[in-house]
Write a protein that binds this ligand. Structure first.
Ligand code: ADP
Ligand code: AIR
Length: 437
């Protein structure tokens, strides 16, 4: 079994001919008890005569897991979650909530026993256990290889570079000297990033000059945490595409959207992106090329930078539903969550195109700690409820923290300007009372 500290080259070499999606193999009903303690799912998945008797096990029970459970319900699909928090967002609506850490070998092994297929809603999971399960024939989607490559951002960049996907230059840094060397080679400002366990902007620090280096390194937990540097991408817009791949290799992509970020955290998502069709085609091509280099079924969130000259660079890929795809719940014929479940189960993929002309998603981030934060968020949600085309999603996280993703609001409308006017009215607490159309 490969260890976490294996060299990048060795890990990437293990990809084999990465890129080809695998044929559907329904191993869920066939695997037998082994040294991992994996037992036959025949006994564990009692039949409901539903669309599919396979219980999908999701590692993680945050908001993405919660929305997977919501999407599963109308189809009679059962989603179990593994999460250490009793009160995690998916806990109340999952078919089954197993309390335990998705980073713990024993917890993941035991959880797998009650599932016919495993997937993730966060990539920071114990991938070695997933690899061991997959070797025994257990169904993990997307593949553990994909999850391993993606969970280490430096490894991810190496992978995409090797597969000819355009992305900002980057360098591994493990000492002040190497970070200064990165500054000389890539120039300032640059983005210092944590290789692992980084999401929602929690592993990035922009460095404007050599003088800021030490502070930035300390803010990310020191070099021993595992850091790398990315050249600054002078983007004019940030774009994203949700790409779905079925078990038969069939690709269906959702429209290109525009994302805006504040303090490295996603703030809004406009769909479709207000860009020329040629740029949308380039973005789609980059996104599908990136996903094509990975293996396994599911939806993949692809984040992109659009440069002034029309070039599109890859930022990163998530092997799961993504914040930039929340809008699909109200705006597309099939949501990213339903599509992910369909893909994992080998069901036909749905139509990802938009059923409304425009939509705008706004993240409800914690504005303050404790009661004050909840009061502010609830006020915003109440305003949203009075607005035509607005849908509120509250994740029921037990604790609010500044900048934590607590919920989101999606507004749909005839034009993007109407959506913007509606969102502006919702978030402008002190604003006029004349509601937009
Ligand atoms: P996370 O995984 O935490 O979302 P990302 O690495 O995707 O973090 O970065 C979050 C945001 O930070 C991006 O959407 C972008 O706004 C900014 N960012 C990241 N990398 C760069 C870069 N190389 N150049 C400029 N801005 C960047
Ligand atoms: N998530 C996973 N990767 C990026 C994000 N945002 C989602 C998942 C995860 C949750 O955020 O749903 O479980 C964790 O959010 P928090 O606020 O508890 O850290």
């Amino acid at each position: 079994m490969m260890r976490k500290d294996d060299s990048v080259t060795k890990i990437l070499a293990a990809a084999g001919g990465g890129g080809a999606a695998r044929q559907a193999t329904y191993v869920a009903e066939t695997h037998e008890s082994d040294e991992l303690g994996t037992t036959s799912n025949k006994d564990l998945c009692s039949t409901t005569r539903g669309l599919c008797d396979t219980v999908i096990g999701v590692l993680g029970g945050g908001q993405l897991g919660r929305m997977l459970c919501e999407a599963a319900s109308p189809m009679g699909i059962r989603v179990s979650i593994l999460d250490p928090s009793q009160d995690c967002p998916a806990a109340r609506i999952a078919y089954h909530h197993v309390l335990g850490s998705f980073q713990d070998m024993v917890a993941v092994q035991q959880f797998a026993q009650g599932c016919g297929a495993l997937t993730v809603e966060i990539e920071h999971v114990d991938v070695e256990t997933l690899e061991a399960l997959a070797r025994k024939g257990f169904d993990v989607e997307p593949t553990p290889f994909t999850i391993r490559v993606i969970q280490d951002k430096y490894l991810q960049k190496m992978h995409f570079k090797q597969h000819g996907v355009a992305l900002p230059d980057f360098m591994k840094v493990d000492s002040l000297e190497s970070a200064e060397e990165a500054g000389r080679v890539l120039g300032y400002p640059f983005m210092l990033k944590s290789r692992r366990l980084a999401y929602d902007g929690r592993g990035n620090s922009a460095v404007k000059s050599k003088d800021e280096l030490l502070k930035a390194v300390a803010s990310l937990g020191g070099f021993e945490r595992g850091l790398y540097v990315e050249k600054w991408a002078p983007f004019v817009k940030e774009l994203a595409v949700m790409v779905a791949r079925g078990r038969d290799g069939c690709i269906k992509s959702f429209p290109v959207v525009e994302t805006t970020h504040k303090d490295n955290i996603c703030h809004t998502v406009e769909a479709p992106a207000q860009i020329p069709t040629e740029i949308a085609s380039i973005a789609m091509e980059v996104a599908e090329r990136a996903v094509g280099s990975l293996t396994g079924a599911g939806v993949f969130g692809v984040e992109l930078f659009l440069l002034k000259d029309g070039e599109v660079l890859l930022n990163e890929v998530a092997p799961r539903p993504h914040n930039s795809g929340h809008y699909t719940i109200e705006a597309c014929y099939v949501s990213q969550y339903e599509q992910h479940l369909r893909a994992v189960l080998g069901l036909p993929l749905g139509d990802p195109s938009m059923k409304v002309p425009a939509s705008l998603m706004f993240n409800l981030l914690g504005e303050a700690e404790g009661d004050e934060g909840f009061t502010l968020a609830h006020h915003t949600m109440r305003r949203a409820m009075a607005v035509s085309g607005a849908s509120v999603h509250w994740y029921e996280k037990p604790e609010i923290r500044k900048q934590r993703k607590m919920g989101h609001i999606t507004v749909v409308g005839e034009t993007i300007d109407i959506c913007r006017a509606r969102i502006n009215w919702i978030i402008n607490h002190e604003g006029s009372n004349s509601m937009p159309i």
